[in-house]
Design a protein around this ligand. Structure first.
Ligand SMILES: *[C@@H]1O[C@H](CO)[C@@H](O)[C@H](O)[C@H]1NC(C)=O
Ligand SMILES: *[C@@H]1O[C@H](CO)[C@@H](O)[C@H](O)[C@H]1NC(C)=O
Ligand SMILES: *[C@@H]1O[C@H](CO)[C@@H](O)[C@H](O)[C@H]1NC(C)=O
Ligand SMILES: *[C@@H]1O[C@H](CO)[C@@H](O)[C@H](O)[C@H]1NC(C)=O
Ligand SMILES: *[C@@H]1O[C@H](CO)[C@@H](O)[C@H](O)[C@H]1NC(C)=O
Ligand SMILES: *[C@@H]1O[C@H](CO)[C@@H](O)[C@H](O)[C@H]1NC(C)=O
Ligand SMILES: *[C@@H]1O[C@H](CO)[C@@H](O)[C@H](O)[C@H]1NC(C)=O
Ligand SMILES: *[C@@H]1O[C@H](CO)[C@@H](O)[C@H](O)[C@H]1NC(C)=O
Ligand SMILES: *[C@@H]1O[C@H](CO)[C@@H](O)[C@H](O)[C@H]1NC(C)=O
Ligand SMILES: *[C@@H]1O[C@H](CO)[C@@H](O)[C@H](O)[C@H]1NC(C)=O
Length: 807
C-alpha cells in the first residue's frame, strides 16, 4: 500500500452527495491517519465512537475492516453476594492489633477475616468484532485517509483502488440508540464484501440471513455461567440496506455483491435491562426497524446534531502549531512531540486532546431513557476482550472520579448523571454492607464497583482492598452536580439524603482515638509505609492502619458539602442532622504536617517505602478537594506543595493517570509552567497513536484522557474554592496567547476568556441563575468589571453579562 498526501480536494467528493464530505481536516479537531490501525493492535490506532451505551472502535482496514463493538451492560456474570461473613466480629480485633503496634499481624488478620473468599467482582466484556472482508489488500491502495471528528463524534475511512473511491462513515446515534455506517464506492456496483461477527468465547449463535430486502447478521452470547446461575445474555444484530445489490448468506456470513452504497444499522441488548431473550429481541427489532424506516441520512443528521449540541458548547485554543506540524497526521505529530520532548511546535495537539477528552466523555456516558445508565469505566466504554484490562471496573479510589473531573467545567454536566445511576444500584447493597460488616446505619462502598454495585472489599489486596471511603468520594460528585446545575429538586430529593446517609455511616464507623474520631482499618490508596522500630514486624512494609489522613480529608469534604447543601435548602442551624454533622466535623483530626514540612500521609511521619508513589491520596485536599487551596489555608497549601514536589522528585506521575493528577494538582497551586511541563510529559510518555491514555505506554486506561482535559481547563478557570478564578494557572511563557469559550463555573456562571502576552485580555462572565459572583483574576491582579474597578463580590442577575478587563 502506498501512502500518498492527504487529499484535500473536495471536487471529487461533490460527485457523492449522499456521503458526508470528508471534513476539512483540522489539527485541533481531527485525529487522522494515512494508514489503517495495525491489525489486532486495538490500543494503538483504532478510532472510538459511542452513544453512551453502544460503542465502536474502527480499525479502518482495507483488506479486512474490523470494528470492535461494545454494549455497556455486557459483563462477566450475574450479581455475586460477597459480604465477608467474619468481618464484624473481626473488626474490634483488627483495631486492637493496629492500636497496639501489631501492624503486620493486623494486615494478615484483616486479609484472612475481613475479605470474602470470592475475591473478584465482575469484569467488563466486549460484544465482539464486526469483521468485513473487502478484498482490497492486494491491489495498490491510494489516497488513504481515516479520521475521527472530535467535535462531531463520527469517524470515517476513504481510499482509492483502481481508480474507484471507497468511503465509509461510522456514526453512534444517541437519539436512535444504534450504531450506523455507510459504505460507498464511486463506481456503480463496485462494492463487494463479506460481513460477520466474531467473539473470543461464549457465543451461543451466529446467524446470517438474506431472505428479504434487509438482510442481517446476528450474534448471541452469554457471560459463560450455566443457565441456572442466571448469566448475562446478549444479542446484537446488524441489518443492511443496499439497493440493487445481490445478497447471499451462509454459516453466519453475509455476502453482498455489486453494491454502490451499503447502509448498516446495529443494535445490541442484554438481560441487564430486558427481562429475557424475547424482550431483548423486541428491543433490537424496535430500534433497528426505526432506523431502517428513517434511513441512514436522517439517522446520521440527528445523531450529529445531538452530539454537536454537547460538543459545541465549549471550546479552547492554546495557540497555533507550526505550519509543518499542523498538516501532519496524528501519529506523526505524536512521534514528533516525543522526539522533541515537548509541544513547542504543536500546541494544537493539546487542544486536540482536550476536544478528544470531551468527545470520549459524551460517547461513553449518557443519560438515556433506561432506568439505569452506566458511567464510564476504566476503559470508558471501549474494550476488545472478554475480560477488560483490570476488569474494566469502576475503580473509585481515584479513577472513576477522574473520569468526571471535566464534566462540569467543560459544560457537559449531564454526562455525570450515569454515575448517580450506579450509586442508585449500589445503594441497597451498600446499606446492607454497612450493617453486616460494621454494624452501622448509612452506606459503605470500598474501592471498586461493578455493574451490580457490589460494594464489598475486592481483590484481597494489601494496599487497596480495605478502604471504606468509596461512597464518600462519590458523594462529593453529587454535590458538585448541584453546584453546576443549581437543581434544587435534585438537591432535596437525592443529593442531600445521600450526603446524610454517607455521613451517618462515618459518625458510627469512626472510633475515638486520642480525642478524635478516626477511621480504620483503612489504607492510603495504594501506598505502603515502613513499620517503625517499636512495632512489629519492625522494618517490614505495611499498608493497613488507622487514622488515615486522606480519609479525614474526604470526610471533611463530604460533611462540608452536607452543611452547604443544608444551607441551600434553608434548613435551620439547629436542625438535628445539621448540628450533629457540624459537631462530627469538629471531631475530625486536622491535617498533620510532617518533619519535612509536608502534608503527612499517615498518622505518624512513617518512613515511606515508596516516596515516589503514583497515588496522590494525601493531597486529596488540594485536588479534587478544596481544604488545601491557597485561597482557603496557605499553611496547608504550602505543606501540600512540599509533598507534591517531593513525590515528583522521587519519580511519581509514573502512569498516565498519575501524571494527569499532577497536572490538576499543580493547577491548584497556580504553578502554570509546572502544569505545562506535566502536560508535555503526558504527551511524550503516555498516549498511543489514537491519543488514548495508557497506564505505562501500552495498556489503555481512559482516566488520564479525562484528567488531561480537566487539567487543561483548570489553567483557564477554577471555581472549587467559592471564587470564580480566571486564568489561575496560566503558563504565561509557554502559552502566552489563547482563548476559551463556554466553560462553566460552580454557582452557575458561563465564562469566555481571551489572553495575550500571558495576561488577561478580557473575560465575559454570564450569570445563568443570578446570585453572588466572587471573582479573582490570575494572581490576584487588579481588574475592572464593565469598566469599574472590582472591589467585592457582585450581586448578579439571571442572564446578566459581566465583562472583565485588566487596568
Ligand atoms: C485486543 O487488542 C489487543 C492489542 O491491543 C490484541 O492483542 C488482542 O488480540 C485483541 N483482542 C481481540 C479479541 O481482538
Ligand atoms: C495486641 O492486641 C491483640 C488483640 O487483642 C492481642 O492478642 C495482643 O496480645 C496484643 N499485643 C500487644 C503487643 O499488646
Ligand atoms: C487473602 O489473601 C491472603 C494471602 O495474601 C490469604 O491468607 C487469605 O486467606 C485470603 N483471604 C481470603 C478470604 O481468601
Ligand atoms: C459484480 O461483482 C463481481 C464480483 O465482485 C465483479 O466481478 C463484477 O465486476 C461486478 N459487477 C459490476 C457491474 O460491478
Ligand atoms: C467472501 O467469501 C468468499 C468465500 O470464502 C470468498 O471466496 C470471497 O473472496 C470473499 N469476498 C471478499 C470480498 O473477500
Ligand atoms: C461456520 O463458521 C464457523 C465459525 O463461525 C466455523 O467454525 C465453521 O467451520 C463454519 N462451518 C462451515 C460449514 O463452513
Ligand atoms: C492561529 O491561526 C489562525 C488562523 O488559522 C489565526 O486566525 C490566529 O490569529 C492564529 N493565532 C496565533 C496565536 O497565531
Ligand atoms: C450493633 O450496634 C448496636 C448499637 O448500635 C449494639 O446494640 C449491638 O450489640 C451491635 N451488634 C453487634 C453484633 O455488634
Ligand atoms: C511507637 O513509636 C511512636 C512514635 O514513633 C509512638 O508515638 C508510639 O506510642 C510508640 N508505640 C508503642 C506501642 O510504644
Ligand atoms: C490552616 O490549617 C492549620 C492546620 O490545620 C490550622 O492550624 C490553621 O488554623 C488554619 N488556618 C486558617 C486560616 O484556617
Amino acid at each position: 500500500m502506498r501512502a500518498t498526501h492527504l487529499p484535500r480536494v473536495a471536487a471529487f467528493l461533490l460527485s457523492l452527495p449522499s456521503t458526508l464530505a470528508i471534513p476539512d481536516l483540522s489539527a485541533s479537531r481531527h485525529l487522522w491517519y494515512k494508514s489503517p490501525a495495525p491489525a489486532s493492535d486495538w490500543e494503538n490506532g483504532a478510532l472510538p465512537i459511542g452513544n453512551g451505551r453502544l460503542a465502536a472502535t474502527v480499525y479502518g482496514g482495507v483488506g479486512i475492516e474490523v470494528v470492535t463493538i461494545n454494549e455497556n451492560t455486557i459483563w462477566s456474570g450475574p450479581l455475586q453476594e460477597r459480604t465477608p461473613g467474619n468481618a464484624l466480629s473481626a473488626l474490634p480485633v483488627a483495631r486492637e492489633l493496629l492500636l497496639n503496634g501489631s501492624i503486620t499481624e493486623a494486615g494478615n488478620f484483616i486479609q484472612r477475616e475481613m475479605m470474602h473468599e470470592i475475591e473478584s467482582m465482575r469484569a467488563y466484556s466486549y460484544f465482539g468484532n464486526f469483521e468485513i472482508e473487502l478484498g482490497h489488500g492486494e491491489e495498490e491502495v491510494e489516497e488513504y485517509t481515516r479520521w475521527l471528528d472530535t467535535r462531531r463524534g463520527d469517524a470515517g475511512v476513504e481510499y482509492v483502488v483502481d481508480g474507484v473511491k471507497y468511503t465509509r462513515e461510522y456514526i453512534a446515534s444517541y437519539p436512535a440508540g444504534v450504531l450506523a455506517a455507510r459504505f460507498t464506492s464511486s463506481e456503480e456496483g463496485a462494492l463487494t464484501l463479506n460481513a460477520t461477527f466474531s467473539r473470543a468465547s461464549d457465543v451461543t449463535s451466529l446467524e446470517a440471513s438474506a431472505l428479504d430486502d434487509t438482510p442481517w447478521i446476528r450474534l448471541s452470547g452469554t457471560s459463560g455461567q450455566p443457565v441456572e446461575e442466571g448469566p448475562i445474555v446478549f444479542s446484537g444484530q446488524a441489518s443492511f440496506v443496499a439497493e440493487g445489490a445481490n445478497f447471499a448468506a451462509s454459516n453466519g456470513t453475509l455476502t453482498i455483491t455489486n453494491a454502490t452504497t451499503i447502509d448498516i444499522f446495529f443494535d445490541a441488548e442484554t438481560n441487564y435491562r430486558h427481562a429475557d431473550e424475547d424482550a431483548i429481541d423486541a428491543e433490537i427489532t424496535r430500534k433497528v426497524s426505526n432506523a431502517l424506516d428513517k434511513g441512514y441520512e436522517r439517522i446520521r443528521d440527528e445523531a450529529l446534531a445531538d452530539s454537536s449540541s454537547f460538543l459545541d458548547r465549549a471550546s479552547i485554543s492554546l495557540g497555533n502549531s507550526t505550519d509543518e506540524t499542523r498538516d501532519l497526521p496524528t501519529d506523526e505529530r505524536i512521534a514528533l512531540v516525543r522526539s522533541a520532548a515537548g509541544l513547542v511546535e504543536d500546541h494544537e495537539l493539546a487542544t486536540l486532546a482536550w476536544n478528544y477528552g470531551r468527545h470520549l466523555l459524551v460517547a461513553s456516558s449518557r443519560n438515556t431513557d433506561a432506568d439505569i445508565d452506566l458511567p464510564a469505566n476504566l476503559q470508558g466504554i471501549w474494550n476488545n476482550e472478554t475480560t477488560a484490562a483490570w476488569g474494566g471496573k469502576y475503580t473509585i479510589n481515584i479513577n472513576t472520579e477522574m473520569n468526571y473531573w471535566s464534566a462540569g467545567p467543560t459544560n457537559l454536566i449531564e454526562t455525570q448523571e450515569p454515575l448517580f445511576d450506579l450509586f442508585k444500584v449500589a445503594y441497597p447493597r451498600a446499606e446492607k454492607l454497612a450493617k453486616d460488616m460494621y454494624n452501622c446505619s448509612g452506606i459503605v462502598i470500598h474501592h471498586n464497583l461493578d455493574l451490580w454495585g457490589d460494594p464489598a472489599p475486592v481483590d484481597n489486596y494489601t494496599s487497596s482492598s480495605m478502604w471504606p471511603m468509596g461512597a464518600a468520594w462519590l458523594a462529593t460528585h453529587l454535590f458538585d452536580q448541584y453546584q453546576f446545575t443549581g437543581d434544587k429538586e435534585l438537591l432535596a430529593d437525592t443529593i442531600y439524603p445521600h450526603l446524610v446517609e454517607v455521613t451517618k455511616f462515618y459518625q458510627c464507623y469512626t472510633f475515638e482515638h486520642e480525642g478524635y474520631k478516626v477511621t480504620g482499618p483503612s489504607v492510603s490508596p495504594e501506598n505502603t509505609f515502613v513499620i517503625p522500630d517499636n512495632w512489629t514486624v519492625a522494618g517490614n512494609t505495611a499498608a493497613m492502619d488507622i487514622a488515615i489522613p486522606m480519609d479525614d480529608q474526604i470526610i471533611w469534604e463530604v460533611v462540608n458539602n452536607l452543611l452547604a447543601a443544608a444551607s441551600e435548602l434553608g434548613l435551620p442551624e439547629d436542625d438535628e442532622t445539621v448540628s450533629a454533622a457540624r459537631y462530627f466535623l469538629s471531631q475530625i483530626h486536622p491535617p498533620r504536617i510532617g518533619a519535612a514540612g509536608q502534608i503527612q500521609e499517615w498518622r505518624f511521619d512513617y518512613e515511606m517505602s515508596a516516596p515516589g508513589h503514583r497515588h496522590l491520596s494525601p493531597l486529596f485536599g488540594l485536588h479534587p478537594g478544596s481544604q488545601f487551596s491557597p485561597l482557603v489555608n496557605s499553611t496547608l497549601s504550602t505543606a501540600a506543595e512540599v509533598l507534591l514536589d517531593d513525590r515528583l522528585s522521587h519519580g511519581s506521575g509514573s502512569t498516565g493517570w498519575s501524571n494527569a493528577w499532577f497536572i490538576n494538582q499543580y493547577a491548584r497551586l497556580y504553578r502554570g509552567e509546572d502544569v505545562w511541563a506535566q502536560i508535555e510529559k503526558w504527551f511524550t510518555l503516555y498516549p498511543t497513536n489514537n491519543l488514548w491514555n495508557t497506564d505505562d505506554g501500552a495498556t489503555f486506561q481512559i482516566d488520564g484522557n479525562f484528567g488531561l482535559t480537566s487539567g487543561i481547563t483548570e489553567i483557564v478557570l477554577q471555581s472549587h474554592a467559592g471564587v470564580v478564578h480566571i486564568l489561575p494557572a496560566l503558563p504565561g511563557e509557554s502559552v502566552p496567547q489563547g482563548s476559551a469559550r463556554g466553560l462553566r463555573a460552580r454557582g452557575g456562571f458561563e465564562v469566555d476568556v481571551e489572553w495575550e502576552g500571558g495576561r488577561l485580555k478580557n473575560a465575559v462572565v454570564k450569570s445563568l441563575r443570578g446570585g453572588l459572583l466572587k471573582l479573582r483574576v490570575q494572581n490576584g491582579e487588579e481588574f475592572y468589571v464593565d469598566g469599574e474597578k472590582y472591589e467585592e463580590a457582585l450581586e448578579t442577575e439571571e442572564g446578566g453579562v459581566y465583562v472583565l478587563t485588566l487596568g
